[in-house]
Structure formats: structure tokens, C-alpha cells
Design a protein around this ligand. Structure first.
Ligand code: 6PG
Length: 250
């Protein structure tokens, strides 16, 4: 079971999750910029956030975001080139980034094309530290990290039963995901949990049993890696639709 404090909002459907998420992002961006002059966000991959990214690209919405003061990172990436159909960068670029006036050097993608996934992970850790002008063991603090949840309880590319779940020092790591027969590059719990805000987006009936296990079941992070995510000094909100929440007690 996830110990509070976290916020759970059960919304009608993906459309409403999208709209509430967009409002949250705009609000957090404005707060971050008035507080420290910039807004640094890490995007989630997969299919759920695609609707959100397309919504943020709408001219009536995108003009509410301060692109000149906004930097985009990714919570994880597949071990593929940026033009590959599976690339999280490609998905966000096609649905959002190519449609908005974000300076190109504000887009910080994971080099999924690198033949050695471990090298891509080290490169990205260096990129994140350089952006925040920090050296280890200091941990960068993202203003917002978007996350999804797989039906198996994974988040980012922290998959059940993998060594990445137990990483306590590295900020970004690579891993072999036997279930998918591929390497992945992912932010680790130390980096994710240092965020000021974490926003989970979870929709669909196929996630209901797992969402119940994550939020209400016993602590078992090796089986349900989402349970590893709890900001040490920040806020966490789960935006879920009714279908995904259908197994949660009222
Ligand atoms: C990825 C994502 C991953 C995703 C979940 C949920 O690279 O696939 O980062 O963690 O958020 O798998 O994916 P859906 O939104 O497609 O259900």
C-alpha cells in the first residue's frame, strides 16, 4: 500500500485525465517559473500520455506554456534510434514538440541509438547533472515528472524483478528487460523521488487490478515497482479514470 501523502483523483475518462493533467502542468510551470525562473519536466512514454501531449500542442493551450523557460527530459527510453516507432522521444516530438516554439537545446533526449545502453544511461545522467549544474552525490530536482503504470506494475522502465529497482546511487541506469527481450534506459528511484511533483496518469480497465494492488495492497515493490515511487520532499498525484479505479474500494 502506498503511504500518504499522495493525492488520488478519479476522473471520468482519458479525456478528463488529459485536461486535468494539462491544467496541472500549466499551473506547475507558472509556479516554477515565478519561483526559480524555469520549469523542468520529464515526460513519460507509452500510449496514455500521447493524448496529453497532443492536447498541449493545441494553439489555445500551448500558448499558456513558457516554452523559452521550459526544459524537457524523459523518464525512460527504449533502446532504439529517435526515429524508431517505439521511441518515446519520437512519440513526444510528433505529438507535441514539433508543434510548439521550444528552443531545440531545451529538448534533452536519451540517446537510445547508442549501441551500448549502459553508455546511453551514463551519458544521460551526465546530461541531467550538467543541466542542473550539480555533481554527484547531489540529486537534481525536477519540477515535474510524468509517469505511467504498466499492467504489470512497472513505471518508467523500472520493471518487476529487475536490479534497477534496487539502485540507490545511480540517477539513470540501463537494464535488460527479459519480459520484452530488450534493453531500456531509465531514471532510477533516487532521481524520480527527488522530484518536486510526480504525476501518474493511469487509465483503462486492464490497469484496475494492478492499481488496486499498488495503492491498497501490501508493500511489494519488487512485484509492483510503482510502489517505489514516493517523493522524499514533494507531492505525488495519481490521475486515474473510473475504469482503472474500478477495483478500488469507494
Ligand atoms: C514506456 C513508459 C512506460 C509507460 C507504461 C504505461 O516507455 O513505455 O515510460 O513506463 O508509462 O508502460 O504505458 P501505457 O500508457 O501505454 O499504458
Amino acid at each position: 500500500m502506498l503511504t500518504p501523502p499522495f493525492h488520488l483523483q478519479v476522473l471520468t475518462d482519458l479525456d478528463e485525465v488529459t485536461k486535468v493533467a494539462a491544467e496541472s502542468i500549466i499551473q506547475l510551470a507558472q509556479t516554477s517559473i515565478s519561483d526559480h525562473g524555469h520549469f523542468t519536466i520529464a515526460l513519460a512514454g507509452g500510449s496514455t500520455p500521447k493524448r496529453l501531449y497532443a492536447y498541449l500542442a493545441r494553439s489555445d493551450i500551448s500558448t499558456q506554456l513558457p516554452w523559452d523557460h521550459l526544459h524537457v527530459f524523459w523518464g525512460d527510453e527504449r533502446h532504439v534510434p529517435p526515429a524508431h516507432p517505439d521511441s518515446n522521444f519520437r512519440m513526444a516530438h510528433e505529438s507535441l514538440l514539433q508543434h510548439v516554439p521550444i528552443p531545440p537545446d531545451h529538448i534533452h533526449r536519451i540517446r537510445g541509438e547508442c549501441p551500448d545502453a549502459a553508455e546511453a544511461a551514463q551519458d544521460y545522467e551526465d546530461t541531467v547533472l550538467a543541466h542542473f549544474q550539480l555533481q554527484p552525490p547531489n540529486i537534481p530536482r525536477f519540477d515535474l515528472i510524468l509517469l505511467g503504470m504498466g499492467a504489470d506494475g512497472h513505471t518508467a522502465s523500472l520493471f518487476p524483478g529487475t536490479e534497477a529497482l534496487h539502485e540507490t546511487v545511480r540517477l539513470v541506469t540501463s537494464l535488460w528487460v527479459e519480459q520484452l527481450h530488450t534493453h531500456r534506459v531509465t531514471m532510477t528511484p533516487p532521481l524520480l523521488n527527488n522530484a518536486a511533483h510526480i504525476l501518474f496518469l493511469v487509465t483503462g480497465e486492464e490497469k484496475a487490478q494492478t492499481l488496486r494492488a499498488v495503492l491498497k495492497g501490501p508493500q511489494d515493490p519488487d512485484r509492483f515497482p510503482c510502489q517505489l515511487i514516493r517523493p522524499s520532499n514533494g507531492e505525488m498525484t495519481w490521475l486515474v479514470d473510473r475504469a482503472a479505479a474500478s477495483r478500488l474500494n469507494p
